[in-house]
Design a binder for this molecule. Structure first.
Ligand SMILES: Nc1ncnc2c1ncn2[C@@H]1O[C@H](COP(=O)(O)OP(=O)(O)OP(=O)(O)O)[C@@H](O)[C@H]1O
Length: 262
């Protein structure tokens, strides 16, 4: 792993044109009485890293799961590279292969080896041949520092190693963007940095990322923007410097002081 410098990636600043991800007025109800997302709008440009934070239950996970249609929503629109997510004709497997997703609990297939975890979707969805899929998997395992783990099963790896495999598995699909849903919150403290290092490197290389996290050090280091959610709404969507400089909402200020005092 290369050591990260301390300036946010500049790829986004150079980008122009259509956003990779665009959300327009997205509202979602889990039940008629419970609205979880309230008219959320934002967009993520190519190469941008956007951190999504906010109190527990504010809708962060739900918001990013809507992007790759893991959660349906009732109002508004989401476009990924101009393709409407919430359209009945959208090819969902294809869409999901374009957007890598990394979950809190890794979600690796426990009965498959690490190598098989990395090659299954490449072969089934992208129709890559065995040699090509294996070569891609090996290259990515090397990149996340796990070359020697290929024949093992997920249960034989530490949490930090499993999460790095999960990131490699998502990258194997050559995604246009990566979504991370609290990728370090299930890890023992000593394993957090090995996963964050991989994410920092990815950000530096210009990957478009939406990251739900409470890791404010990560946000400061690589995020171009911070979104703060509260009660299902996006109440802050500002450049990182501005967020840490003077959060405008009282709740964001309270959240920050709580998180940073831990
Ligand atoms: N499938 C579901 N059915 C009903 N309610 C749900 C469902 N999933 C989540 N919720 C509720 O929706 C709200 C938002 O959940 P979500 O997981 O999106 O929040 P979050 O901001 O990511 O929270 P956390 O930081 O605790 O993970 C919470 O009140 C949660 O209990």
């Amino acid at each position: 792993m290369t050591t990260a410098t301390t300036t946010p990636n500049s790829a986004a600043k150079q980008s122009s044109g259509a956003p990779v991800i665009q959300m327009i007025g997205v509202s979602k109800w889990y039940t008629p009485e419970f609205q979880v997302l309230d008219a959320c709008s934002t967009s993520v440009q190519k190469g941008e890293v956007v951190v999504v934070c906010g109190p527990s239950g504010s809708g962060k996970s739900t918001l990013i799961k809507c992007v790759n249609a893991l959660e349906p929503f009732q109002q508004g629109d989401i476009f990924v590279e101009g393709v409407k997510v919430n359209d009945r004709t959208t090819n969902l497997p294809k869409l999901r292969s374009r957007i890598g997703m990394v979950f809190q609990n890794f979600e690796l297939f426990p009965h498959l080896t690490i190598m098989e975890n990395l090659t299954l979707a490449q072969r089934k969805v992208l129709k890559r041949g065995k040699d090509e899929a294996d070569a891609k998997a090996r290259k990515l395992l090397q990149r996340v520092g796990l070359s020697d783990q290929a024949p093992k099963y997920p249960g034989q790896l530490s949490g930090g190693q499993q999460q790095r495999v999960a990131i490699a598995r998502a990258l194997a699909m050559d995604p246009v963007a990566m979504l991370f849903d609290e990728p370090t919150s299930a890890l023992d403290p000593e394993m957090v940095s090995e996963v964050l290092d991989v994410m920092v490197e990815l950000a530096r290389e210009g990957m478009t990322m939406m990251v739900v996290t409470h890791e404010m050090g990560f946000a400061r280091k690589v995020a171009n923007r911070v979104i703060f959610m509260d009660k299902g709404a996006i109440v802050e969507d500002v450049p990182t410097e501005e967020f840490f400089g003077s959060p405008r909402s009282e709740r964001a200020q309270l959240f920050l002081s709580k998180i940073l005092s831990h």
